[in-house]
Design a protein around this ligand. Structure first.
Ligand code: RIB
Length: 330
């Protein structure tokens, strides 16, 4: 027997109008807590009504990441899924493996799967036709961590990479280092170039000549950090400190420095970026930058849900990372 609105209202302890608004998924006129309470009463009563069932369906968000083996992105994925599920959204996680082609393919596929929104961590910074499909098909998309050139219509949540890279370099300079190496991530990624800008700004500020031989381009992997040190040593480049654009490269560099029997931090200092778990437990423990990963992921979901609800959002949200000094710096 199907309950009347009046009976449901009595059970839920709300007005008939409120029950009607929830059943018909009317976005206004019902507080979030009341909506969730009435929805759970309707679920317990096994109430079925097309628009209600639509409002209760597990809605889905897509999270597109470049590399799920990188602990930084694992932290981001956890922050996004934890926030999304509190709003009854499930998260479809896809990995592009740094491929811009895969990224474009996934955007198109996810739109055809009718996801309610997309959070994209770009694998590159070039904006292609595929990146405008969400706008064309009215699927809200938010950029996270990395920028897309020319994608002005998408809101983005980022770390203040340039500012904090300047701070890392400044600390090394104030500790007496003047020959500082920068190990960059891929140059087609905005976080790499922003961190390099911070490094260059610090050299200019402290009147240290820029030496291109002290910049090595990695790919945000352990191996590329390790190889960067091998190259510097092979070319007899003089340096007393290393700033790596992420922890994985810093861990690779640290391994190479120890193989050359350098005393750390007395002879060589090193700072990474991301504060992944390994950075705290490696020997010596790595100085690094604590990215606001939880806040970034949570803020990305909040921003996307506002867009899904047709609300206005601020175009760019810039969050402040924090430098953590451990045993690899003086
Ligand atoms: O570790 C991967 C890096 O790329 C992180 O620092 C993150 O900012 C991403 O852009």
């Amino acid at each position: 027997m199907r309950l009347t609105l009046e009976e449901i209202a009595k059970i839920a302890g709300v007005s008939k109008a409120t029950v009607s608004r929830v059943i018909n998924d009317v976005p206004s006129g019902v507080g979030e807590e009341t909506r969730k309470h009435v929805q759970s009463v309707l679920s317990e009563l096994h109430y079925s009504n097309d628009s209600f069932m639509h409002s209760m369906r597990s809605k889905s968000l897509a999270l597109i990441l470049p590399d799920i083996t990188n602990p930084f992105f694992a932290d981001i994925a956890r922050a996004v899924t934890r926030k999304a599920i509190t709003e009854n959204y499930v998260v479809i996680l896809v990995e592009t493996e740094f491929s811009e082609e895969k990224e474009q393919e996934y955007i198109s596929k996810l739109i055809s799967k009718k996801v309610d929104g997309i959070i994209l961590v770009p694998s590159g910074r070039a904006c292609t036709d595929a990146h405008f499909l969400p706008e064309k098909y009215h699927v809200p998309m938010v950029l996270l961590d990395r920028k897309l050139d020319g994608a002005h219509s998408y809101a983005g949540i980022y770390s203040d990479n340039e500012y904090v890279a300047f701070g890392c370099c400044e600390r090394l300079i104030k500790s007496g280092a003047r020959e500082i190496v920068f190990i960059s991530g891929p140059l087609n990624v905005s976080t790499s170039t922003e961190r390099m800008d911070g490094y260059k700004d610090a050299l200019i500020h402290y009147e240290i000549p820029f030496d291109h031989r002290k910049v090595r381009i990695g790919n945000y992997t352990v191996e590329s950090g390790y190889q960067a040190i091998l190259e510097l040593e092979k070319e007899n480049i003089s340096y007393s400190a290393v700033l790596a654009a992420n922890d994985l490269m810093a861990l690779g560099a640290l391994r190479a420095l120890k193989e050359f029997s350098y005393k750390i931090p007395e002879e060589k200092q090193i700072i990474g970026f991301d504060n992944i778990d390994f950075s705290k437990y490696c020997e010596p423990s790595l100085s690094t930058v604590q990215q606001p990963s939880i806040q970034m992921g949570s803020q990305a979901v909040e921003t996307l849900l506002k867009l899904i609800g047709g609300k206005k959002v601020s175009q760019t949200i810039r969050l402040q990372p924090k430098i953590l000094y451990r045993q690899t710096t003086k």
